[in-house]
Design a protein around this ligand. Structure first.
Ligand SMILES: [Cu+2]
Length: 621
């Protein structure tokens, strides 16, 4: 009984707050959520009229999508389709998004990364990579829609990304699976000689909203796992972990864990950029490829405990932290010591022409919290303290990178992979909240059969760490980033684009144009009807001949926030969305003759159910 009193009174307090804020129409955020005097329920309760403090962008793994949550409420707000089709938004059905997807139907979205200015999230763009089909994408945070996707050649699964440099100069996409250049056929017997672990330096042209590959580096045929860019004094550098330096080609769980040490690849991207400018590269598949065994300088190896996962740069840019995922210890490495070792050529031999720095010369300290096992990934708070997920011992350990002292620890349910703290990988983390992204939820939620959801557990880190709540999540969050809500500036409606030849804003300009067997419909969606040809007897009907190639250009002329229309043709397996002010195109061949109702799929008004018409296909004979 006792247990329920604070929760009930918390809710009551919340309802009172809701009434007040609704009355004055306040849009203030729930800034005192982390106050330690509140109950768990009060800390996560965001009353009607108030908003969450943070957006959480979680990778959707092999769903191919990105999941958006509010923090601290942990309410799921939206799914952004990125690499996979999504009929809810028509993504992958309309011409623009179909083209972006490049012929693929799914993706495996791993690590989301916000664009940065001076090492801090600027709230403008979000990048992500696809391990399933080797692509990279950029999402516009004004509209929460995917704007560009590129296929990354010579790379098979850019798991190690995306992490951006301090001013979004680059994001580095190293491969998880080594493949021969050009992904040509080569026998696995020739693995060490013919396979490569290519890293791509991807640039983002903000003006044209276009991702490009600046250059590539033909690294040894190892698996590259995670990376981070330097900050402040180390801003010209980046680090990434690599495993299977054994170069094994089968039974990896045994063969890739033989050597006691794998490596962190430490590279100076300004140096690599200089090499490219000086023409020190070879053209491979149209890419500028740097071969580190021929072009010395710029890339170094740092030995690390075997099979490392995360490598994370401290907010001050002075250290990078990595751990072997089977080991009990985290290792803190010093950038300053690494720079000195590079300068003094303090090398312990080389691998594939890349100098290996002496472990002892670069290592600052090893940190070994009692009974902690399986350190994977580290985030930071506003005081520079580190929080490391322990996959095997199922806990988060808080520790001080400057002393190695363990400060706090909290069990999570269960097996956390990554974690994310508020702006926790920037130069200025916020503290307050940490979310454990747990791979296994077991019996946490109502059963949904043999396969259970994953979970995200919200941890208050404003004082002693405390798990506040747990939210189920679809497969599968690998990493997430959390940004202050007020940094994101969305638009309300798409502005009129008078240069767009497909757009029609006036009813009188709607028309159906035939050129041979090509039919172009220039139509309008508005509450609560479609108008394809205003002059026609039935303006909401499209009639074509079987075999016609049909383009339906549809503009939503409801310039009102949240009045989105859908457009589906029954039994034609087609659906797209037009957000307020947006123009979209659907292209298909009318191969089936018959009568097919068309309708608005996205609820738009009281008369939404009446927003329909017919698509008539006259048979050939
Ligand atoms: Cu509608």
């Amino acid at each position: 009984m006792k247990k329920w009193i604070p929760i009930a009174s918390g809710l009551l307090a919340g309802f009172v707050a809701a009434t007040i804020s609704f009355a004055d129409f306040s849009t203030k955020t729930n800034t005192e959520a982390a106050s330690s005097t509140k109950s768990n329920a009060e800390k996560v309760y965001v009353p009607f009229g108030e908003k969450d403090d943070y957006y959480l962008f979680a990778s959707g793994g092999h769903s191919g999508q990105m999941f958006i949550y509010g923090v601290p409420s942990m309410r799921k707000i939206r799914t952004i389709p990125v690499f996979s089709q999504d009929s809810a938004t028509g993504y992958g059905f309309d011409e623009h998004s179909k083209k972006l997807m490049g012929g693929y139907t799914w993706g495996d979205l791993h690590h989301p990364a916000f664009s940065e200015t001076k090492g801090d999230y600027d709230g403008k763009w979000m990048f992500a990579t696809d391990v399933g089909n080797s692509r990279a994408a950029v999402v516009d945070l004004k509209t929460f829609t995917t704007k560009d996707i590129i296929k990354v050649p010579n790379t098979a699964g850019p798991h190690c990304a995306a992490f951006v440099t301090e001013n979004t100069e680059y994001m580095f996409l190293p491969t998880r699976f080594a493949v021969p250049l050009g992904q040509k056929y080569e026998s696995l017997d020739d693995y060490s000689a013919k396979y490569r672990g290519v890293m791509s330096a991807v640039t983002f042209d903000e003006k044209n909203v276009k991702l490009n590959i600046g250059y590539q580096v033909a690294l040894p045929p190892w698996s590259y796992d995670l990376s981070d860019a330097g900050k402040k004094g180390s801003a010209d550098w980046a680090v990434m972990t690599t495993y299977n330096t054994e170069e094994s080609t089968t039974t990896m769980e045994i063969n890739a864990s033989q050597a006691d040490r794998d490596y962190i690849v430490l590279f100076n991207w300004k140096e690599l950029e200089k090499m490219v400018k000086e023409g020190k590269y070879e053209e491979v598949d149209g890419q500028k490829m740097i071969f580190p065994e021929k072009q010395k300088g710029g890339i170094y190896l740092v030995p690390v405990a075997k099979s490392p996962h995360g490598v994370d740069v401290t907010p001050d840019g002075k250290y990078f932290i990595a751990s072997g995922k089977l080991a009990p210890a985290m290792t803190v490495f010093s950038f300053e010591k690494a720079f000195k070792a590079v300068e003094n050529k303090d090398f312990a031999g080389e691998r594939n022409g890349i100098p290996i720095l002496n472990y002892e010369s670069v290592m600052e300290r090893e940190v070994n919290p009692e009974n902690a096992l399986g350190p994977l990934h580290t985030q930071f708070d506003d005081k520079g303290m580190a929080y490391t997920t322990m996959f095997i011992s199922s806990e988060i350990v808080k520790w001080d990178p400057k002393t190695g002292k363990t400060l706090d620890r909290v069990p999570v349910q269960y097996s956390p992979g990554h974690s994310v703290s508020a702006e926790g990988d920037t130069v200025a983390p916020d503290g307050k909240w940490l979310i454990a992204l747990n791979k296994i939820a077991k019996d946490t939620y109502l059963s949904v059969g043999p396969s259970h959801p994953e979970s995200m557990q919200l941890i208050d880190i404003s004082g002693k760490m405390k798990v506040i709540m747990s939210a189920p999540v679809d497969p599968e969050p690998h990493y997430a980033q959390m940004i202050k809500a007020d940094k994101i500036k969305t638009i309300n409606v798409y502005p009129k684009d008078t240069k767009n030849k497909d757009a029609v804003y006036k009813q009188s300009e709607t028309k159906i144009v035939r050129k041979g067997n090509e039919v172009h419909v220039y139509g309008i969606a508005m509450r609560s009807r479609f108008i394809f040809d205003a002059k026609s007897k039935r303006p909401d009907v499209i009639e074509v001949n079987q075999g016609d190639h049909v383009f339906i250009h549809l503009t939503n002329i409801d310039f009102d926030e949240d009045i989105t229309h859908g457009f589906a043709i029954n039994s034609y397996d087609l659906n797209m969305e037009v957000q307020p002010g947006q123009t979209n195109t659907m292209e298909f061949t009318a191969d089936k003759a018959g009568t097919f109702p068309l309708y608005c799929t996205n609820f738009c008004s009281a008369l939404h159910q009446e927003m329909n018409g017919y698509f008539l296909v006259k048979p050939k004979n």
